[in-house]
Ligand binder design. Sequence first.
Ligand SMILES: [Zn+2]
Length: 83
Amino acid sequence: MPLYVYEAKDPEAACDRCRGGFEIAQSLKDDRLTACPACGAPVYRVIQAPGLTHSKTDLHYRAKRAGFHTLKKVSKGEYEKIY
Ligand SMILES: [Zn+2]
């Protein structure tokens, strides 16, 4: 089953599980979640780039949870996000 990433809309109202985002395996025919299964806070689905590996996603979330991300300037006015 594909893994989907969800994140709390309001981190203030979120539990530890959904605050920094969580992954859940869902079948394609399942409805997308609108609330955290643990605390019921509203969540939204994070759109993931196709081909993003699981480990990369993990790093992304670890970095994000730590409250930072790194930007690399790739050209004038354009930045690439490095997690
Ligand atoms: Zn929650």
